[in-house]
Design a protein around this ligand. Sequence first.
Ligand code: UT7
Length: 323
Amino acid sequence: MTLRAVVKGVGHYLPERVVLNSEFEATLDTNDEWIRARSGIERRHFAAEGETTSMMATAAVHAALRSAGLGVDDIDALIVATSTADLTFPSAATMVQAQLGMTKGFAFDVQAVCAGFVFALANANALIVSGQARRVVVIGAETFSRIMDWTDRGTCVLFGDGAGAVVLAAEEAAGTSDDRGILATDLNSDGRYRDLLYVDGGVSTGTSGHLRMQGNQVFRHAVEKLAATATTAMERAGVSASQVDWIVPHQANIRIIQGTAKKLDLPMEKVVVTVQDHGNTSAASIPLALSVAHAQGRFKQGDLIVTEAIGGGLAWGAVVLRW
Ligand code: UT7
């Protein structure tokens, strides 16, 4: 018998304020048509003043626990994927732990920017299959609106805020690709590309800084690396693309999402797309998309799902799981 990390519940939180593309037209040389055509984004949510990553993450965990029918005391570990923790330290995860009133177990952050949720899922899977934790909540939560340069039209129109969470629990399984749960993961990074996407602040500057991106350069890497990592993860899981029910990709740009699906020879009907409503929420984008699709009743038990993401680092990866 094998231990598998099975999804037991999923939930999300989006801040109340919705910002349409047209709102940027007052302050920037941009327009709704450009943003839609180049990115697929129509609107995004921005956190309210004083609303933090850990607050949004906590709300998403409450929703995911409700969906799983579990309580805070049932959880052994919390992992928050974020690049926008409230403070340099302690981790956003320990802040979430405190807000939940969770006094046992352990909590830590994973920082792999837009690929953070995939990295966190792989870490949670490793904790579960090695027997170190039985129930783990994996969260992606970001307030990218805090690190935008509002004068840079090439970046500030693309990002949004939000949080999503997934509850994973250990289940004994046969050890085949028919099992429910995480079947395979693939993680990659290459620090030579750090200048393509980074924040120009941190402890070395004494400021939290602003996001800088050579968007078209990142774009060039994205489709090829996402298709490659998804293919590797599927090979490891012992499944082929034709068996896949859903791709739940990182939601950065509809053209990247379409290009990757095409390279994997999968029709767009099998792709969950939320980029139009959320913009790019970095590590939150995949759990947000999972939660929205689940709430719409799109997934059924046994569906084969592939998630893939790429972001600053560069860091990229994929997870294959059966719902
Ligand atoms: O999530 C982490 C990973 N990040 C990504 O995956 C993002 C990847 N990159 C992208 O999504 C796209 O590259 C962007 C959406 C960022 C940009 O699209 P693009 O088709 O690559 O455009 P571009 O950067 O090559 O810019 C084309 C033109 C430029 O003008 P010139 O130099 O051709 O005159 C830009 O200055 O579009 C201009 N431009 C804008 N125009 C109107 C850039 N931003 C805007 C804007 N409104 N907001």
